[in-house]
Design a protein around this ligand. Structure first.
Ligand SMILES: Nc1ncnc2c1ncn2[C@@H]1O[C@H](COP(=O)(O)OP(=O)(O)OP(=O)(O)O)[C@@H](O)[C@H]1O
Length: 291
């Protein structure tokens, strides 16, 4: 199936839990992704001595743009290519074809400048687990070339905002819950005051309170810090609550893109976003998640 760009929006009788529609069409383009392809070599057969390999496209000819201040969601099951897309946008993977530009800078040609503009939070954030959040963040601040004092203050403000107690700032990370560690990962990403934030499944595995803390922080970033945010998720209510526009990804391809309401409308009257996802991709998000 090819990318469907919904245009006409008819009233939907489905329960509308989505973010209020904001018209961002006059804003400048923050991210422009054109025909992006990233493949990985996978063993496809042969023998132990003569293995055969084929290239499998994790991201397959994906094009989209995101406007300044927009929250853009990429919704798809496990293995659909979300993380690969985020890593290609954040200079961690070199695309095989196509381009990613961030405020006019190319992620391959202008890598150093791009890294000053963006930061990424991933579900598998790496830390020195025996050290405290404070020690981890000060170490990162040093790598970023930031003033220790400024970095510490900035990290404390973010952690407090995310609901972490000051006391936890000094405890070893290995003693903290996944939710708390994720908040530390977010605080670390914000040390550099990025204007583009790539959030790869920021709430996966979090308890409801931590999930809500993180979601509210994302909205605050958008409203108070003029950040442009790309967010991947499997979570339909999260996508509806946070995202101005959503893309459905399946098998490395964008299958549809639009506001939550537009996507629901594509599936028909009275349909939910989940119904739309199943109808447009032929996949069930929950089922994929379990498998
Ligand atoms: N470094 C790699 N080497 C080989 N194959 C990879 C690599 N990274 C990802 N893949 C493959 O690319 C495909 C897409 O993976 P990706 O991690 O981007 O999906 P995802 O949607 O983020 O999944 P999840 O929700 O489980 O994180 C999968 O088939 C995966 O096995």
């Amino acid at each position: 199936m090819t990318l469907t760009a919904p245009t006409a929006v008819s009233p939907s009788s489905a329960r509308d839990t989505s973010a209020p529609h904001r018209d961002l069409s006059d804003r400048e383009v923050a991210l422009d992704i054109q025909h992006l392809v990233k493949a990985f070599r996978k063993k496809s057969g042969g023998t132990l001595l003569r293995p055969q390999f084929t290239d499998s496209r994790a991201v397959d000819d994906v094009s989209f743009h995101v406007r300044r201040g927009e929250i853009y969601g990429v919704l798809g099951p496990n293995g659909s290519g979300k993380s690969t897309l985020i890593r290609a946008m954040s200079t961690l993977l070199i695309p095989d074809a196509g381009s990613v530009s961030i405020f006019g800078l190319d992620v391959v040609q202008d890598e150093a400048q791009v890294r000053r503009l963006l930061n990424r939070v991933s579900v598998d954030a790496a830390f020195y687990k025996k050290l405290s959040p404070r020690e981890n963040l000060l170490y990162s601040a040093q790598l970023y070339g930031l003033d220790r004092h400024v970095a510490e203050q900035r990290a404390l403000i973010t952690l407090r905002r995310l609901g972490l107690k000051d006391k936890a700032f000094q405890e070893p990370l290995e003693e903290m819950s996944r939710g708390m560690q994720q908040k530390v990962a977010i605080a670390r990403a914000f040390l550099t005051s990025p204007i583009v934030v790539l959030l790869d499944e920021p709430t996966t595995g979090l308890d409801p309170k931590s999930r809500r803390d993180v979601q509210e922080f994302v909205l605050e970033l958008r409203d108070q810090h003029d950040a442009t945010i790309i967010l991947t998720t499997h979570d339909m209510p999260e996508a509806e609550r946070l995202c101005d526009r959503i893309a459905f990804i399946s098998g490395g391809k964008f299958v549809a893109e639009g506001t939550a309401e537009e996507l629901r409308t594509l599936a028909g009257p009275g349909k939910t976003l989940e119904d739309a996802f199943i109808e447009l991709t032929g996949e069930d998000l929950d089922h994929e998640e379990q498998s």
